[in-house]
Design a protein around this ligand. Structure first.
Ligand code: FES
Length: 100
């Protein structure tokens, strides 16, 4: 099963990890596990606030949808910044945000 780990340089995240099925939505899984995810559209793919930075495993995340490409362009996001409400995970990834 795919796994999610977090920035090891942040002590409160260092020992945290979770497993996620390939059918689950990353943002909702993070919320289910008690990690805050910024959002004002509740996962409708409108606000772009749920962005995460992928530290490792970018190749293990679903391809960018039209919605995500639009949001990334509008918000001038880097290649390794992804819109978590639009993502499914296919393998091991390591992620972070600027507010965790
Ligand atoms: S929660 Fe608004 S775009 Fe993801």
């Amino acid at each position: 099963m795919p796994s999610v780990t977090f920035n090891k340089n942040k002590p409160h995240l260092a020992s945290l990890s979770l497993e996620i099925s390939t059918e689950e939505n990353l943002m909702f899984k993070l919320l289910e596990k008690g990690l805050p995810v910024a959002s004002s559209c509740k996962g409708d793919g409108v606000c772009g606030k749920c962005r995460i930075t992928v530290l490792e495993g970018l190749e293990n995340i679903s391809s960018e949808t039209t919605i995500e490409i639009t949001l990334k362009t509008k918000n001038k996001l880097k290649d390794n910044e992804r819109i978590s409400c639009q993502l499914k995970v296919k393998g091991a990834i390591k992620i972070d945000t600027n507010y965790w």
